[in-house]
Design a protein around this ligand. Structure first.
Ligand SMILES: [Zn+2]
Ligand SMILES: [Zn+2]
Length: 371
């Protein structure tokens, strides 16, 4: 069994594609699943697919989700099965996620379970998001899963360890885009212009006070400005500044507070500098929140797996669009230990290469949740 799944992983690793462009990846998945008679395939979106198997009893439906997209970055692993798509890489381990679900499908073909099973191969987790498009395409309404599960490879835990926690595992996020518009002039005649570098600097400084002064210090939240573009030349007063950032909150009730304060600050800076502005909060992901009852059951089920260690982890300030599924269907997400033994190499690193051996544990954990 394992050799098969390692082959899938390594072949998928060679054809990384970014969100909603996973054409070869989808074709590969279709090819493997077409060999399994008991699965019905549906393609609700341009890329990605869902595979449904009727259970021997069929009184409940359990869903499993794998994300299938990669990142626009150059791979530096030097392995024989490194990316053949220059400038693209499976640097978040979604190739392992896919191989795990394919492994579960093959396992269920050999040993069917009582429950109906829905496998969701979802595009575009890294952005702009594929969970919501899948939901909007009616996947949950059509198959009505009672529970849903997903995993993500972790560079922090060794193969054979999984980690999760009650409540929030990944926090919710929002993008932030601000444009400030003033008036340009000669750098020697600043009084004739309206300098948006000065306005933007003031705004970025003010944004730093939201976490320290407006958010309960016991909570976890982030306001990061990751990009500030302004100006064209050393002797021109610029009429435009563009500020881009990311907002993260563990407690969802903090997001409206952060957005309200940002709106006030942008309006205030614009007024005080006599500028105009555009403010856009872009896309957002919901938090990944594990269902307490399903988590109890999860712990109970995985207990029986030989050589598997289960640990409790902290939440991460990263985000995951699996949260959109968990908002609608109770379930659990967990970290699958896949450490390559190099501490400084994490997710999205050009040398990130989670261990093939982790796939086996992923399949076993998923299978243990079924009869
Ligand atoms: Zn990622
Ligand atoms: Zn990922």
């Amino acid at each position: 069994m394992m050799n098969n799944l390692i082959k899938y992983r390594q072949e998928l690793h060679q054809i990384p594609e970014v969100g909603h462009k996973e054409v070869k990846t989808t074709a590969y998945l279709l090819d493997v699943l077409a060999k399994l008679d008991s699965f019905e395939i549906e393609q609700p979106l341009q890329t990605g697919l869902v595979a449904f198997k009727k259970g021997t009893v069929g009184n409940r439906c359990i869903a499993f989700r794998a994300d299938i997209d990669a990142l626009p970055m150059e791979e530096k692993t030097n392995v024989s099965y490194a990316s053949k798509h220059k400038g693209f890489m499976h640097a978040c381990g979604h190739d392992i996620h896919m191989a795990t679900l394919l492994g579960l499908a093959e396992e269920l073909e050999r040993n069917p379970c009582e429950e109906d099973v829905l496998l969701i191969f979802q595009p575009a987790e890294e952005g702009p998001g594929g969970a919501m498009p899948m939901i909007e395409a009616g996947v949950l309404e059509r198959y009505m899963p009672d529970e849903i599960y997903a995993l993500h490879v972790s560079p922090e835990y060794p193969v054979g360890t999984i980690a999760t926690k009650p409540g929030t595992l990944f926090v919710s996020n929002s993008e932030l885009f601000i444009d400030l518009y003033g008036k340009s002039s000669h750098g020697a005649l600043p009084h004739e212009g309206n300098d948006m570098i000065i306005a933007g600097m003031n705004l970025v400084n003010q944004l730093q006070t939201i976490i320290s002064r407006n958010i309960n210090p016991s909570n976890c939240a982030v306001v990061t400005v990751g990009k500030f573009n302004a100006g064209t030349r050393l002797n021109i007063v610029t009429d435009h500044a563009r500020i881009e950032g990311t907002l993260r909150v563990k407690d969802t009730s903090d997001m409206p507070i952060i957005k309200r304060r940002i709106k006030s600050m942008v309006e205030g800076v614009a007024r005080s500098f006599e500028a105009s502005f555009d403010l856009d909060f872009g896309a957002s992901y919901s938090a990944v929140v594990n269902d307490s009852e399903k988590l109890e059951n999860f712990y109970e089920k995985v207990k029986g797996i030989e050589d598997l260690e289960v640990v409790e982890c902290e939440h991460t300030m990263a985000s995951e669009d699996f949260g959109f599924f968990l908002e609608r269907v109770p379930g659990v997400m967990f970290w699958l230990g896949a450490s390559q033994g190099k501490e400084d190499i994490g997710l999205h690193h050009p040398e990130f290469l989670p261990e093939d051996k982790s796939i086996d544990y992923g399949v076993k954990v998923f299978r243990s949740l079924l009869s």
